[in-house]
Design a protein around this ligand. Sequence first.
Ligand code: MG
Length: 203
Amino acid sequence: MKIICIGRNYADHAKELGNNLPTEPLFFCKPDSAILPKGNPFFIPDWTQEIHYEIEVVFKVNKLGKFIQPNNALRYISEVSIGIDFTARDVQDELKKNGHPWEKAKGFDGSAVVPEKWIPLSEVDIHNLSFGLKKNGTWVQQGNTKNMIFKMDAIIAHVSQYMTLKIGDLIFSGTPEGVGKIATGDVLEGFIQDERIFELKIK
Ligand code: MG
């Protein structure tokens, strides 16, 4: 399976990092080895001084597809939840400056927090879904999918022009504003519509 991540999909987050708004969905991939094993804490790697959390709504692909049309696109996803796209921001800034690919900063081991609990799409309105992240008990990110620049139909249609979507693939749909640094001892909690989906310790 692969993990497809959408970048700069919330205007206020693009602004906080000084990026222009994209004119088409911006995506990159994490390898399956990036998935943090269930129940494990996240260990800050020693090659970075600045790991950022990015809380994101995650969709699970349930159907094989290529060249998917927007009007059909939502049939290719079945469940939704939230996860974290951990990012080594210092490393990413250096890579961006040099025009290099982001994999080192985005695809390292443990960088994809994938929830154990999933919600069927039939139970929620994916175009008006609130979600957020607490750090040490305080809200640090709160978003709503209604503010996504590119909606899931446009994302699926776009990505599938280049990459075949396969059953079990995950799509991280972008983070809202409020990203920030983690430190040893922090506890992160992810919420979707006031329901706590995960708790994660940082070591
Ligand atoms: Mg992200």
